[in-house]
Structure formats: structure tokens, C-alpha cells
Write a protein of this length. Structure first.
Lengths: 510, 543, 100
């Protein structure tokens, strides 16, 4: 048997359910891996060792008693620190919630547990999921396992680094504008954002409520299908969760999609030629060739309102990014109003008698710069006099962006494009310029605006030293998860390099 | 210092907040209840824990539609939820879920009866659904305590057009609205429990020397009794006129705009209030957590069909069909259940006027005594009809009717309480009966007796007034043999009175009354006084 | 990097946002927010005449819960994270009245 921490979640669950290894063994193996690598990678805000071992013992007892331990029997899974758990803390990597212990369980984590998963820890992230590098965490800087001088991406950077560093079998992240897919691409793992509403958001600390979606970061596409199948479904606690029944994503996962039509958006290819790093461009071309060789038809489609513009200085911009930042900052300005120092969270130690001062100082002391910036931007674009020019305009552009996708999907089944314009950048490289940081999500953002499912797959490496993973993104129509995952699996089976194997040869020191 | 040449027209609009009487809150399934210990009816949603999400209460949506349709509002096919952003400790999310530009109900009216017998139509601009805030408790002098039990209770905000022109109209409109929401069963509208709160907008249009001046619009916040509503409006009308007279060009809407004031119950005055959201910019935007509400024609019509006859229509019908006067018809239509009793009894053939007299007389008195509604006294339409028929046929007199009624209601209450008490005991006591029967036969008889008594008592619940009257000997005795016996005995027992009558002295009438009284007493009220007197005259004349 | 919003406007938004700002922060934020707003202005290039605003990613309707009680938290659970409490109340400095 191979090393436990290198196994996929699906094989690990099989091995545990089949009695080849115990859940305690597997949990201990991961705790040992965390012990060994966390110092370099800093993926976790909190490792729930005692709790995880307790859960593992319960799973082992279940198996010993001949009960069904569930499809994720004993699999150690890490959770982004913006998903509420009744054990440990839920901090969102914010000083505001440093000591917060949720009195209730998020639906997604409750479902993982019910399926037999062992919750091993809470992963670092950009504060309140606002960022693309996990550098906005108030807790620590997480490093990319492929090169620890580089960022893991964000905002689910801890979740991606933990999977890439074999410090958990899989993890959950949340994706508002690319926060699962972008770090997955940077860290060389699979990152899947299902259709908006496919997974209940109950217990996910809201950032942009109409964009947020929970999804898995995994070592394989099959693991992504397995975990999505567990966490998806309608939830009475989330009115935006979709009522549609959840198909068995695993049933046909290995069956290639017939008559597959892959759409390439003009605006992301010819129109954005200068936007991509040469390594990314080569990897994406190779991915297109892989699908061609598998018999897929390649068609050109158009997403005019997601167009990428390049200025003289090489800066990237798009309508979608502008639209996205108006919508998400507006929503977050209101979503984060509850962090006011009254009912839970940080309250200033200064003895204040005025409630407004108490709010303003408590928030000033405990929220990070990017969070403050976004709250203020949101309040600006919602305030009277600016609403129509910014917020309402953005909602209209949002519809145009969604309509572009609907039209494109009349001619193709799946859209293929890069996940990110470049591989992982250096820590500190973009922290001074918010707009440059925003450009890191230029290929992922439209997907959230339109509510579509999107997946990032490892698609090769850069020529950097050490080499860096590159991600390819597949996007499907609303609720096309089954087809999208099968399409992704086709690529995974046939890709030339296996990022998991390559990575394990690599020392985790950049 | 009223300038008699000024024409002063108060222009008043009223916002009424009505808490809906649902089991659970608007966006979570915590109990919607007044008066529970602090922070007991709270959950992650209504304490605004990170990650919690609202899910709307379908019952509250239907209740609101019901009010809207009863007000003749348009209930549009598409409505949505918006966030109203402001900070206050009793608003834990930092925003209130409300409806901004697409309310559930719009453009209706309420007819308000005025003291001169006329009625005025007050237009309703809109009625929208929102969530109530928690409560700030100010008992401690140094800090404020926050109780979130009320946070998230469904609140219907009904906004009138500025069609009200006097204190009387404001009060009449507010009371009519209270009657309507009670009638529809969507709110208890209990003022003490804060189920209804008022915010009047008041200004004056003053015409002097052909020129019209408008005073600033004053919104008086958070009034929670009819008394303070009337007091605040009356005070504002006087205050604004005085302030305007002192500065006719300065104290105007154009110069001062809108202002908020609070009302001090103790002094009866309004006081200037600083705006809580200084910037006064609520940054409304569509709530992303709540899907829109689409009202289909079928849904709207189903809710409409559940409304039934409205109070004013019923009142008019009572005056027309039952020939009741306005006062009685009005009193009988304060809530739906009282009128339902009346209609039920009339349908069973009872005289509406006699029924109305009982409902507003004896039964109301008992209801007041017990601090409950007429319907809650426990009388049903069959009993009411039966009682009214006893009066119509002359089988019972007014005094006896009171006794019978008391018996009917007391028995009912008694039996209901017995029934409630024994209900949880019934199964265990039957089990115990079997056990005792087997092991301690000597106790079986006692048990059997208890069970028998309980059964009898339960059966008596269905007794009709006529049965009670008969059992208690309260029916008027029409048996002349019995009457003669009583009259003869009275004559025999009171020779002095008989002598006075026979001699035709001064005290004849008094003695005659004495004899009648004697007979009535012996008959325990079951004799008809008229019959007794006739018989007495006959007997005394014959001798 | 040209658009900057003036200090008064930054302070006003800071107030709306309930975030206390130092003078240096006001300056930095004015510049940064200005730059992002300039980016936002990009949308003015698009003709959105007659386009229905899209507030939800997936447009569901009438998701209504039944009016049936479910368990609440205990006061201790509800107040466990409170920065200050007075018995079973959340405690704040003195405020006037209630919101509405």
C-alpha cells in the first residue's frame, strides 16, 4: 500500500471501510504530516487533533460493529476557516473573530461528518475570503508547497496548500470570484466550484452572498465528485439552495462524454493573447490538444462582456472584474455590518460611552485593510446618488455576462480557458496594488456572476525553478456538474504529467 | 392666540406597525412570543451569527396578503426583499430585511366611521412586510441591555396617504385598523404587548390672507397606545400652529423639511429627537439571501376567499337585516367571533334582537369579569338560540334567564377544567384501575365511583339552557293547579294583607304587591308575575 | 492612477461604514478607493438600456418555510461569544430608545 497521505480520498475511504487501515491510523498519519510540514507551509489556523482522533475512533468503532461508516469513512478533511463548526474556532482569519466559537454547525460540514469524514482542522484564508493570495489573513502567511517564497493563491489558500502539501486528504473551500479554483491552480490540485446554490451556504460566513459557493479542493476529479455528492443538496436553512435532486456524480465518472463540444471564448484566447504567461499559454494549448485527441469538437464561442483588456503597462482589466467588485463589495459592506462588537467578536478595550464610537473603533481595530477598503467601496456604491451609476449598473452588466454564457452554451457543452493568467506569484508581489491583485481572478470571476459550475484541473507546470503548477478551467452550464466532472476526468486520465506524483518527488522547500 | 382669520388644516399620514400573530418569527423558526425571559427565543439566525441565513415564513406572507386584500390593495404578482442598512444594538445584522420599492400590498383604503355617523375613506399607500428589531432595556442607569426575543418577529408596516385631518380621524383610522387585523385573525393587536405601534407624520396647511403656508413635517416615532397617538397629534397641531405664528416665514416645510420627534407620555409633549442614522442613508439593495415572492392569481384568489365578510359590511347588514341600531351593530362587529355567534343563533331560528341583547348584556358582563372575549366565555350558537327562544316563547323570565346563563357558562368552564385535568390521567388511571382491580379489589369501588362521576360531568357539558332551566325549576309555571295552590297558601298565610285589600284602604296596592311577592318567592321565580296577579285579583274578588 | 476621492467623502463613507479612520488612512484610502472607482467607471462604456438588473445568480421564487417551531439556542449559547453581558442581556453603553 502506498503512503497514506498520498492516497486519494476515495481510495482512503475504501481502504478504511474495507478494514485495510483504521481511521485512527489515517488520521494520525495526517497529523504527523501536519507536524512535519506546517512549519513551512502554514496552512492551518487550527489543527483539531484531539477532536479528529475522537471522530476517527468513532468511525473505527462503527466499522468494527459492522455499521456503514459512510462514503467518506475516516477520511481526514480540512475546512476553510469561514465554515462554522461547533468545535474549535471559526475565525475567518480575522482579528474580529479570533475567539469566536460558533454555536451551530454549517450544513456542508455536518454533511461531511454524517458521511464519515474526520474534520482535521481549520484552514487559513484571506480575511473574510477577501483576497487572491491568502496574504490578507490576520493569522499568518500561508506558503505555496511548490515554492514557499510564493503565495498559495486565495482566498482558500490554506485549503489548497493543505491538500497540495498532503496535510489532509481533501478540503473544503469557498469560491466567490475564484477563491477555490485560483488557489487550486496555484497549488496543483483539483478545485471545484459547483453551481450557485448546489451546496447550502448555511454556516458559511457570507462575503458576497449572491456569489459565494462552497466546494471541494482535492487530489483527483473523482474525489471532487465524491465530496460534492456528499455536500450538495437542498437545505431548509438556505432559501437559495437548489431544490433539484443530486445525481450520483460517481456513477459514470469514468465514462467519457460522447460528442463532447469544447468551447473556447475568443475573448480569453486571441483577444487575451498578451494576458497569459507563455507557460500558461503552452499548458492550455496542450489541454486543448488532449481534448482534440479524445475526439472532442473544438468550437469558438464569444463572451463579449467578459472581455479582457490590456493597457499599455500590461495591466489587465475586464467588465466582469469591475462588475464583480461592485457587486461583492456592496454585498460585503452589508454582510459585515453584523461585526459591530455587540453580540460577539471583538470589542475595543477603550471605555466608550457612545455606541457609534464603540462600533467604529471596534471595527477599526479588528478589520484588515482590504476588508475595510471593500466595505467602504460597497457603502460608496450603494449610497444615495451613486446607486444607479455603480450598483444597479453592475447588476445589469451581470445579466449581460450571464446571457453571454447562456448563448455560448447553445454551441458547446463545456467552456475551456486558463484558470489564472500566470502561475503563483511571489509573496508580497501584489500587496501594494489592489487592482493588480484583482486581475488574478480575471478568468474565474464571470463564472460566479453567472452562477455556473467551474473546475480547475492541474494542467502541467511552468519552466520556473522550482517549477510551478498551472491550472486549466472548465466551465459548464447551470447544474451540469455531472457532465463537467466527467469531462474533467477525461482530461485527468489522459494528461501527460501527473501533478500528484511529480509533486511528491519534490522537497517542500523552495 | 388664535387668529380667527387663519384657516388651519392639519395634514396627517399614519404609519402603523402591526406584529403578525404567527407561531414563529419571520426568518427563523424561533417562537414569536411576548414576555418570555430575555434571549430565550433566539437562534443563530435572529442573533445574526456569522453564516446564518434567513428563510421566510409563508404564513406571514399570507397574513400580509390578507390584510392587503381586505384593504382593497393591489397585491402585485412580483415582490422582493431589500436590506435597509443601519446600525443599532437591537438590530444585530446591521440591516433590517424589509421591502423597499416592491411592497407586497399597495394602493388600498380603509373606511373610517366618524362621530357624526358619516364615514371617510382613508387611502393606504402601501403595506409591506419586514422584521421587528429586538428590545433595548434601559433599567440600568449606566448601560443598556439587549434582548433579541423580538428580533425577527414579522411586522407589517401599513402606510396611509396624508388623508387624515384631525385627531378624531387619526384615532378612528387606528382603531378601525386594529379591528380589521383582529377580525382577520392576523394579529392580536394588543397595545400592551406592543403588537401595534404608530408613527404619525403631521404638518399644517395654514391659509392667511390668501396665502398658504406649510409647516415642517414632523414624524413622531414609536407611539404604542391610542392615548399617546391622540395626545401626540393634538399636541403637534397646537405646537406647530404656535411656532408658525411666532415665525410665519421661517417655520415652514421649505426651510426646515422633515424632523423626528418623540412623545413624552408623562408631560403629554413631543420632544425633538436626534436622527439615529445621522447620514440618513439606508443604502437599500435587494437581499441576495431571499428569493423573490411571485403571487399567482390562484394564490391571491385563495387568500381572498378566506377573508369572508368584513366588519363594516357586517355592521351594515346587522342594521339592515336584524334592525339593530348603530351602537349595537358596531359593538357586535368588534371581532369576528361575536358576530359569528349571533349569525349562528339567528340561523337556528332565534330572534336577532334578543340574541344581541344577551351578547351585549349578560354575556359581555361575564366576559368582562373573566377578562376574555365573548366567544371565549364558551357559549355556542345552539345555546344562545335556545336561550333566546325561551324568552320569545315566554317560558322564562329575565331574572331566570340570567341564572340559566350563568349556569351554562360556569358548568362549561368547570367541566372544561375537569376535562383538562383528567385528560392526562385517563390512560394511567385506566391502567391503574386494572391493576387495583387485580390486586386490591377493595379499592375498586372507589375508583369506579370516580370514573363514573367524571363521565357524568363530561356528559353534562352539552346541556342546553332549557334543560338547565327545567332541572333548576326556573321555567315559568303554566300549570294553573300549582299556581292556585301557591296563591291560596299566600292568602291563607297573610290575613292582614288580605284584610287591607278587601277593605280597600290606602295600602291596598302595597299589600297586593306583598302577596304577589310571597307567591313569587315560593315559586322561586318560576311563576309568571302577571299570572299570579290575575289569579290573586280573581280569588280576592270572589271571596 | 489619477482619480482620488477627497478626504471629506472618505470620512463620510467611513462614518457610514462605522470604521474609525486616522488621517493617514484617509489619505491612502482616498487614493485606493479612487483608483478602484475609476476601474468601476469602465462599465459606463456598456449600453445597459432595458436590461433587467440581476440580483441573484440563480433566480428562485417562493421559497417559504412552514410556520412550525424549531428549537432555539439557550441564552448561554446565544451569549457565549458576547463581549459583554449583563445576566442574560447583551450589554452595550447607554443608548436611547429603540430603532425603527
Amino acid at each position: 500500500m502506498s503512503n497514506i497521505t498520498e492516497m486519494s480520498a476515495a481510495s482512503l475511504a475504501c481502504a478504511i471501510a474495507g478494514g485495510e487501515i483504521t481511521s485512527v491510523q489515517s488520521t494520525q498519519a495526517y497529523l504527523d504530516a501536519i507536524e512535519a510540514r506546517e512549519g513551512d507551509i502554514q496552512a492551518y489556523n487550527e489543527v483539531l487533533a484531539d477532536h479528529a482522533l475522537q471522530q476517527a475512533r468513532e468511525i473505527d468503532a462503527k466499522i468494527a460493529a459492522g455499521q456503514n461508516p459512510g462514503p467518506l469513512a475516516g477520511v481526514p478533511i480540512a475546512i476553510k476557516d469561514n465554515l462554522c463548526t461547533t468545535y474549535g474556532h471559526t475565525t475567518c482569519a480575522s482579528k474580529y473573530l479570533t475567539n469566536f466559537q460558533a454555536p451551530y454547525m454549517s450544513t456542508a460540514v455536518a454533511k461531511l461528518q454524517a458521511a464519515g469524514a474526520v474534520i482535521i482542522g481549520k484552514c487559513n484564508m484571506d480575511e473574510f475570503a477577501m483576497g487572491s493570495s491568502t496574504e490578507n489573513s490576520s493569522v499568518k502567511i500561508t506558503r505555496n508547497p511548490w515554492d514557499i517564497s510564493r503565495v498559495p493563491g486565495g482566498s482558500s489558500g490554506g485549503s489548497a496548500a493543505a491538500v497540495a502539501g498532503d496535510m489532509c486528504a481533501a478540503s473544503l473551500g469557498s469560491d466567490t470570484g475564484g477563491s477555490i479554483r485560483q488557489p487550486a491552480a496555484f497549488c496543483g490540485v483539483v478545485g471545484f466550484k459547483p453551481t450557485y446554490g448546489r451546496v447550502s451556504r448555511y454556516g458559511l460566513v457570507a462575503f458576497g452572498s449572491s456569489l459565494d459557493q462552497i466546494g471541494p479542493l482535492t487530489k483527483t476529479v473523482t474525489d471532487a465528485a465524491l465530496i460534492t455528492g456528499v455536500i450538495a443538496g437542498h437545505d431548509d436553512h438556505d432559501a437559495t439552495s437548489l431544490p433539484n435532486p443530486v445525481p450520483d456524480y460517481l456513477a459514470d465518472i469514468d465514462k467519457p462524454v460522447e460528442n463532447l463540444r469544447i468551447g473556447l471564448p475568443t475573448e480569453f484566447f486571441a483577444g487575451a493573447a498578451g494576458a497569459l504567461s507563455p507557460d500558461v499559454k503552452a499548458a492550455i494549448d496542450q489541454a486543448i490538444d488532449t481534448y482534440k485527441n479524445l475526439g472532442a469538437e473544438i468550437v469558438e464561442v464569444s463572451l463579449p462582456h467578459s472581455r479582457i483588456d490590456i493597457d499599455e503597462a500590461g495591466g489587465l482589466s475586464s467588465f466582469a472584474v469591475a462588475c464583480y467588485y461592485i457587486v461583492c463589495t456592496a454585498e460585503c459592506s452589508s454582510n459585515l455590518a453584523r461585526f459591530d462588537g455587540v453580540h460577539y467578536g471583538h470589542r475595543t478595550n477603550d471605555e466608550l460611552t457612545d455606541i457609534i464610537e464603540l462600533y467604529s473603533r471596534s471595527r477599526a481595530e479588528s478589520l484588515g485593510d482590504e476588508v475595510k477598503r471593500r466595505i467602504m467601496l460597497g457603502n460608496y456604491s450603494l449610497s444615495s446618488g451613486y446607486y444607479d451609476a455603480y450598483y444597479n449598473k453592475a447588476l445589469k452588466v451581470r445579466r449581460l455576462i450571464a446571457q453571454d454564457f447562456a448563448k455560448a452554451f447553445e454551441n458547446c457543452d463545456v467552456i475551456l480557458c486558463p484558470t489564472t493568467p500566470t502561475p503563483a506569484f511571489k509573496i508580497g508581489e501584489k500587496t501594494d496594488n489592489p487592482l493588480e491583485m484583482y486581475a488574478a481572478d480575471i478568468f474565474t470571476i464571470s463564472v460566479n456572476l453567472a452562477g455556473l459550475p467551474g473546475i480547475s484541473l492541474p494542467a502541467g507546470f511552468s519552466n520556473d525553478d522550482p517549477k510551478l503548477p498551472i491550472g486549466v478551467q472548465l466551465i459548464g452550464p447551470v447544474l451540469s456538474e455531472e457532465n463537467l466532472l466527467r469531462t474533467a476526468r477525461m482530461f485527468e486520465k489522459n494528461r501527460i504529467q501527473d501533478s500528484v506524483e511529480t509533486k511528491t518527488e519534490h522537497e517542500f522547500h523552495g | 392666540m388664535v387668529n380667527t382669520n387663519d384657516i388651519v388644516q392639519p395634514i396627517i399620514g399614519l404609519e402603523i406597525h402591526v406584529e403578525l400573530d404567527t407561531e414563529t418569527k419571520m426568518f427563523c423558526r424561533c417562537k414569536n412570543n411576548f414576555g418570555d425571559p430575555p434571549n430565550t427565543n433566539v437562534c443563530p439566525v435572529c442573533t445574526s451569527m456569522p453564516g446564518a441565513l434567513p428563510v421566510m415564513n409563508g404564513k406571514a406572507v399570507e397574513y400580509s396578503m390578507k390584510v392587503g386584500l381586505a384593504l382593497g390593495c393591489n397585491v402585485p404578482s412580483h415582490t422582493k426583499w431589500d436590506r435597509k442598512n443601519y446600525y443599532y444594538p437591537d438590530l444585530p445584522k446591521g440591516y433590517q430585511l424589509s421591502q423597499y420599492d416592491l411592497p407586497l400590498c399597495e394602493h388600498g383604503y380603509l373606511e373610517v366611521p366618524l362621530s357624526d355617523g358619516s364615514a371617510k375613506k382613508i387611502r393606504v399607500l402601501r403595506a409591506h412586510l419586514e422584521e421587528d428589531a429586538g428590545k433595548n432595556i434601559h433599567d440600568n442607569p449606566r448601560h443598556t441591555g439587549v434582548d433579541l426575543n423580538r428580533a425577527g418577529v414579522p411586522l407589517l408596516e401599513i402606510v396611509s396617504e396624508p388623508d387624515l385631518n384631525s385627531v378624531e380621524e387619526v384615532a378612528g383610522y387606528a382603531r378601525s385598523m386594529q379591528r380589521l387585523v383582529r377580525w382577520l385573525g392576523v394579529s392580536e393587536a394588543n397595545m400592551q404587548m406592543g403588537h401595534m405601534r404608530f408613527e404619525p407624520n403631521i404638518n399644517l396647511h395654514i391659509t392667511r390672507d390668501g396665502k398658504t403656508y406649510k409647516t415642517p413635517i414632523i414624524e413622531v416615532k414609536n407611539l404604542n397606545s391610542f392615548r399617546s397617538l391622540e395626545g401626540a397629534v393634538a399636541y403637534e397641531i397646537t405646537r406647530q400652529y404656535e411656532e408658525w405664528q411666532a415665525d410665519p416665514e421661517g417655520f415652514t416645510l421649505a426651510k426646515l423639511g422633515k424632523q423626528n420627534r418623540g412623545f413624552d407620555d408623562a408631560t403629554g409633549r413631543t420632544v425633538f429627537q436626534r436622527d439615529k442614522e445621522e447620514a440618513h442613508d439606508y443604502r437599500y439593495f435587494p437581499d441576495p439571501d431571499l428569493p423573490t415572492v411571485e403571487v399567482s392569481d390562484e394564490w391571491r384568489e385563495r387568500v381572498r376567499s378566506e377573508i369572508g365578510e368584513l366588519p363594516l359590511a357586517r355592521r351594515a347588514r346587522y342594521m339592515e337585516q336584524y334592525s339593530l341600531n348603530f351602537k349595537d351593530a358596531d359593538a357586535l362587529t368588534m371581532d369576528a367571533a361575536t358576530g359569528d355567534l349571533l349569525d349562528g343563533a339567528v340561523a337556528l331560528g332565534a330572534d336577532p334582537k334578543i340574541c344581541a341583547k344577551f351578547l351585549l348584556g349578560e354575556i359581555s358582563a361575564i366576559a368582562n369579569e373573566k377578562e376574555c372575549t365573548i366567544a371565549e366565555t364558551g357559549i355556542n350558537a345552539v345555546q344562545l338560540a335556545n336561550l333566546a327562544n325561551l324568552i320569545s316563547t315566554g317560558d322564562i323570565n329575565a331574572t331566570a334567564a340570567k341564572i340559566v346563563l350563568k349556569n351554562v357558562l360556569n358548568l362549561k368552564v368547570k367541566m372544561q377544567s375537569i376535562r383538562d385535568q383528567i385528560k392526562p390521567l385517563m390512560v394511567p388511571s385506566q391502567k391503574m384501575f386494572k391493576f387495583v382491580n387485580k390486586n386490591k379489589p377493595q379499592l375498586t369501588d372507589a375508583f369506579r365511583e370516580i370514573l363514573k362521576q367524571t363521565e357524568t360531568a363530561t356528559q353534562n357539558l352539552g346541556l342546553l339552557p332549557s334543560q338547565i332551566a327545567e332541572a333548576e325549576g326556573l321555567l315559568i309555571v303554566k300549570d294553573t293547579g300549582q299556581l292556585e295552590e301557591w296563591v291560596d297558601a299566600a292568602i291563607a298565610n297573610s290575613p292582614e294583607a288580605v284584610e287591607i285589600i278587601r277593605s280597600g284602604g290606602k295600602k291596598t296596592e302595597k299589600s297586593f304587591g306583598f302577596l304577589t311577592g310571597q307567591v313569587m318567592q315560593v315559586s322561586k321565580g318560576a311563576a309568571s308575575a302577571k299570572d299570579v296577579q290575575a289569579l290573586l285579583r280573581e280569588k280576592l274578588a270572589a271571596k | 492612477m489619477s482619480k482620488t476621492i477627497d478626504a471629506d467623502l472618505v470620512r463620510h463613507i467611513g462614518k457610514l461604514s462605522r470604521i474609525e479612520l486616522g488621517d493617514a488612512e484617509v489619505e491612502t484610502l482616498g487614493r485606493q478607493i479612487g483608483a478602484v472607482l475609476e476601474y468601476f467607471d469602465k462599465l459606463q462604456q456598456l449600453d445597459t438600456e432595458g436590461v433587467e438588473p440581476m440580483a441573484h445568480a440563480i433566480e428562485l421564487t417562493n421559497v417559504l418555510a412552514e410556520d412550525v417551531l424549531k428549537p432555539s439556542l439557550t441564552p448561554d449559547q446565544a451569549l457565549a461569544n458576547a463581549p459583554a453581558r449583563d445576566e442574560n442581556f447583551f450589554m452595550v453603553p447607554k443608548v436611547l430608545g429603540e430603532s425603527s
